[in-house]
Design a protein around this ligand. Structure first.
Ligand code: AMP
Ligand code: ZN
Length: 474
C-alpha cells in the first residue's frame, strides 16, 4: 500500500520512498528526564508509535531510535541561557541529577507501557555520547562554522549555513522577529546557538566533562545528531517530534548535520500537534502544574482510553484536553469492546479470506494515508455493523486492528467475555430470581435491597427480555 506522509520540510503530503527497500530508519526526540512526562509528551509518544506500527503493518522492518535527554539543557532554549533543567529537577527532588534521570526514565517507560506504546529499538542516553558530541563540534570547527564567546562557550555561526531555517520556511533575518526574549548580544547572529557551554566558574555542576575547549557540557541540539547518525547511518528516513521542536531544535540539528553529511540529512520531517491545557495553552513541564499519567490513575481512568482519545484526532492538529472529552471517548471505546465480546459468543465458521482482505485494506488505508487514525476507527465501526461478515472473520480482523492501533480491544473484550461467561453461584441466582419476582409484583424496595445484596457479593444483575443476567464484577 502506498504510504503518504506530511513532510514539514516541503510542506506537502508526499509518497514515502525508503532509502533502503523495505526498511525504515526512524528517529524521535525523546523525553528530558527531569520530571514526569505530561499528557502532551505522551500524545507525541502515541503518534510515534502509530507511525511505527503503520510501517510494520505495511511490511517494513523498522529501526526506531528515541533518545533520552539526561544532559540538562537550559530553561531558555532559544538563547542557551537560564537554569539547567536537570540540576533544577535534582534540587527540587533533593536527589542527584543521575538519580532523577533514572527515576524519571523508569516512570516514562511505565507510562509508555501503560499506553501500549512499543518500546523503541534503541533508547540511547545523551550522557553516553559525550565524546561523539565533542567530535561533531570539532568537525564543524574544522569546516569554519564555529566561534567562541569567551567565558560562555563555543557557538554555531548560522550565517555560514545558507539553508538555515528551511524547515520552517523562514530566512535567517526573519527568525527572531518577535522573539520573546532578549538575546545574548555577544552572539554574531540572533539565531546562533551553543555547541559547547563552559561550566560556570562560581558553581560546581553535577554534570560536566572535559573537552578541547574547556570543562562544560554540550548544547542540546548536538545529542540528536550524533545518536541518530551513529545508530541509523548518516542519512535516514524519518525524524519526528512535537511541533515545538521544528523552529529551533530541529532547525539547529539540520544546521549541524548537513555541512558534514550533505543534503538532505533526513528525508521526512514529521511534527505532532500540541496538547493544550484547559486554558488553551501548550501543556508544558516548565509550568510546574501539569497532568501526567498519575492524574489518570488517580481518577481510575484506563490509560488506553487516553490513547483512544488521541487517535480520534489527527497528528497535525492540536487537541484540547478535558476530562469530559475523555469520558466521551471512554463510552465509545467501551461500546466497541462490548460488541467484540458479543462476537465471542459465537465464533463458529471459518475466516472468509476475501472479506478479511477487503476490511484489512479499509482499516489500513487511512492510517497509511498520513496517519488518519480517526478514519480508520470509523472503518472499525463499519466493520462491526457489516452483517455479511461472520464473527470469526471479524475477530481475526480485530487482531489486526490491535496490531495497527495498539488499542487492546481483543484483550479487553476477552476479559469481559470471560467475566460474563462465569456462572453465578446458586445462592446469587436465587437472589436474582427473588428480585425478578419482587419487581413483577412492583415491590421495588425489596427489589432494590436484593440488588444491593447481589452487588455486595461481587455480581451485577442486569435485566434482559427473558429475565436477568448475572455478570461478575471486575
Ligand atoms: P520534552 O520531554 O519536553 O523534551 O519533550 C518530549 C517530546 O514531547 C518532544 O517531542 C516534544 O516536542 C513533545 N511535547 C512537549 N510538549 C508537548 C505538548 N504540549 N503536546 C505534544 N507534544 C509535546
Ligand atoms: Zn532531538
Amino acid at each position: 500500500m502506498q504510504i503518504r506522509l506530511y513532510n514539514t520540510m516541503t510542506r506537502k503530503i508526499e509518497d514515502f520512498k525508503p532509502i533502503t527497500p523495505n526498511h525504515v530508519g526512524f528517529y524521535s526526540c525523546g523525553p528530558t528526564v527531569y520530571h514526569y512526562a505530561h499528557l502532551g509528551n505522551l500524545k507525541t509518544m502515541v503518534h510515534n508509535d502509530i507511525l511505527k506500527r503503520m510501517f510494520l503493518a505495511n511490511g517494513f522492518e523498522v529501526r526506531h531510535v528515541m533518545n533520552i535527554t539526561d544532559v540538562g539543557h537550559l530553561t531558555n532554549e532559544e538563547d542557551d541561557s537560564g537554569e539547567d533543567k536537570m540540576e533544577k529537577g535534582a534540587a527540587r527532588d533533593n536527589k542527584s541529577v543521575w538519580d532523577i534521570a533514572q527515576y524519571y526514565l523508569d516512570e516514562f517507560l511505565r507510562d509508555m507501557d501503560a499506553l501500549n506504546n512499543m518500546r523503541p529499538t534503541d533508547m540511547p542516553r545523551a550522557t553516553d555520547y559525550i565524546n561523539e558530541q565533542i567530535e561533531l563540534i570539532q568537525k564543524l570547527e574544522k569546516l569554519g562554522y564555529t566561534y567562541e564567546i569567551p567565558g560562555d562557550g563555543i557557538y554555531y555561526d548560522t550565517s555560514k549555513f545558507a539553508d538555515y531555517g528551511a524547515l520552517t520556511g523562514g530566512s535567517l533575518s526573519g527568525q527572531r522577529a518577535g522573539a520573546r526574549v532578549e538575546y545574548n548580544t555577544a552572539k554574531k547572529n540572533p539565531t546562533d546557538f551553543a555547541l559547547w557551554k563552559y561550566s560556570p566558574t562560581d558553581v560546581k555542576r553535577q554534570m560536566e566533562w572535559d573537552s578541547p575547549w574547556g570543562v562544560g557540557f554540550p548544547g542540546w541540539h548536538t545529542e540528536c545528531c550524533v545518536m541518530s547518525m551513529k545508530l541509523l547511518g548518516e542519512h535516514f528516513d524519518v525524524h519526528t517530534g512535537g511541533e515545538d521542536l521544528s523552529r529551533v531544535h530541529h532547525t539547529n540539528e539540520i544546521a549541524q548535520s548537513e555541512p558534514i553529511v550533505g543534503k538532505p540529512w533526513v528525508h521526512y520531517w514529521v511534527h505532532f500537534g500540541f496538547l493544550l491545557d484547559k486554558s488553551g495553552e501548550k501543556m508544558a513541564k516548565s509550568k510546574g502544574e501539569f497532568l501526567g499519567m498519575n492524574a489518570l490513575r488517580e481518577r481510575n481512568i484506563d490509560p488506553i482510553i487516553y490513547r483512544y482519545w488521541v487517535l480520534l484526532g489527527h497528528f497535525q492538529s492540536q487537541m484540547a484536553f478535558s476530562f469530559d472529552a475523555l469520558d466521551a471517548a471512554a463510552n465509545g471505546y467501551k461500546n466497541i469492546v462490548r460488541k467484540i465480546a458479543d462476537l465471542m459468543n459465537d465464533k463458529s465458521g471459518n475466516v472468509d479470506e476475501d472479506a478479511y482482505q477487503k476490511w484489512h485494506d479499509k482499516i489500513l488505508a487511512p492510517v497509511s494515508d498520513n496517519l488518519k487514525t480517526a478514519e480508520s476507527l470509523v472503518a472499525v465501526q463499519d466493520l462491526l455493523k457489516d452483517k455479511t461478515v461472520n464473527n470469526a472473520t471479524k475477530l481475526a480482523l480485530f487482531e489486526f486492528v490491535d496490531k495497527l492501533l495498539g488499542l487492546q480491544f481483543m484483550e479487553r473484550a476477552t476479559k469481559l467475555h470471560e467475566l460474563e461467561s462465569v456462572v453465578a453461584p446458586v445462592e446469587i441466582q436465587q437472589l436474582a430470581q427473588q428480585r425478578l419476582e419482587a419487581k413483577k409484583s412492583r415491590d421495588f424496595a425489596t427489589a432494590d435491597s436484593l440488588r444491593n445484596q447481589i452487588d455486595a457479593s461481587g455480581w451485577t444483575v442486569m435485566d434482559t427480555p427473558d429475565g436477568f443476567k448475572l455478570v461478575k464484577k471486575q
